[in-house]
Design a protein around this ligand. Structure first.
Ligand SMILES: [Zn+2]
Length: 276
């Protein structure tokens, strides 16, 4: 069968066995053996032959029927027409938000285990976006209100000193500067998109770890233990107050430079937050 096909196609292309053999880099004897069905050519050779004869490999193998019955041709045509006219839309899933079916050609969005249609997904995204904007705006408003409050409190705390004999011009400038830094400090904390609050918290929390006490179990030993505990307690409070003031001073100073960046970031990227 294969041999006969090779011979037929070779003669059709007016080639000798030698011509064909040369094209395939084999001997004329090999071609002769294929045509006499003594040996079967390899798959690679069949593909090469198909290329040379400009036919399909199926035709060389004798698998392709040349004449398709009229009825089959008509049926195939009908099928094709049907497919182009009414493509069956494959049902994919049901949207868990609006309960509408989602078909093949439509976008399907998976969020975790939830399946959404593109419409619901879009409206959800928009809702999330406006929620983020709202939270960002609220942070900005709170930052302004509480910042102003802090500044007013610190300014009024120093106000009583302004008119005393001790008050000098420098004092007043310091008081105003400190109040302003309190505004930026508190604002930075409420804007919650910068490191100022965390830094101040770390400074304020800093404390000395007192060593463990070794004492004897008699009256003197117990008294010494209580005295040392009391001392470390008082020392702890003093250090706490000092560190708190230090945190305000450093936080206030740093916040003056961070504040412009924080307010711009809040407007441009309202979703950005340091603590969630
Ligand atoms: Zn939906």
């Amino acid at each position: 069968m294969i041999g006969a096909n090779i011979k037929r196609l070779r003669l059709k292309h007016e080639m000798t066995q030698k011509n064909l053999a040369d094209k395939l880099f084999v001997s004329a004897q090999a071609v002769s053996r294929w045509e006499n069905d003594e040996v079967e050519p390899s798959i690679g050779t069949i593909l090469e032959l198909a290329k040379i004869f400009d036919v399909t490999a199926d035709e060389i193998l004798g698998l392709e029927s040349k004449e398709i019955p009229e009825q089959a041709l008509q049926e195939e045509k009908n099928e094709k027409t049907y497919q182009t006219e009414a493509p069956p839309r494959q049902f994919l899933a049901v949207c868990e938000e609006c309960n509408n079916p989602i078909y093949e050609s439509e976008e399907i969005v998976r969020i975790g285990n939830k399946v959404l249609c593109s419409k619901c997904h879009q409206s959800k995204e928009e809702k999330n976006r406006s929620e983020v904007l709202r939270i960002g705006r609220n942070r900005r408003i709170r930052a302004f209100i509480f910042g102003t409050l802090a500044a007013v409190i610190f300014l009024s705390a120093t106000f009583s000193m302004w008119n005393t004999a001790l008050a000098e011009t420098n004092m007043r400038i310091y008081a105003i500067a400190f109040s302003l830094s309190m505004f930026t400090f508190v604002s930075c904390c409420f804007l919650n998109n910068n490191f100022v609050g965390l830094m101040a918290l770390k400074i304020a929390k800093w404390s000395i770890k007192f060593p463990a006490l070794i004492f004897t179990l008699d009256v003197d030993g117990c008294l010494w233990f209580i005295a040392m505990k009391l001392l470390s307690f008082i020392l702890g409070i003093v250090i706490g107050i000092v560190m708190f003031i230090l945190a305000l001073l450093i936080g206030g100073l740093v916040s003056v430079f961070v504040y412009p960046y924080a307010i711009i970031t809040n407007i441009k990227h309202p979703e950005k937050s340091y603590f969630d």
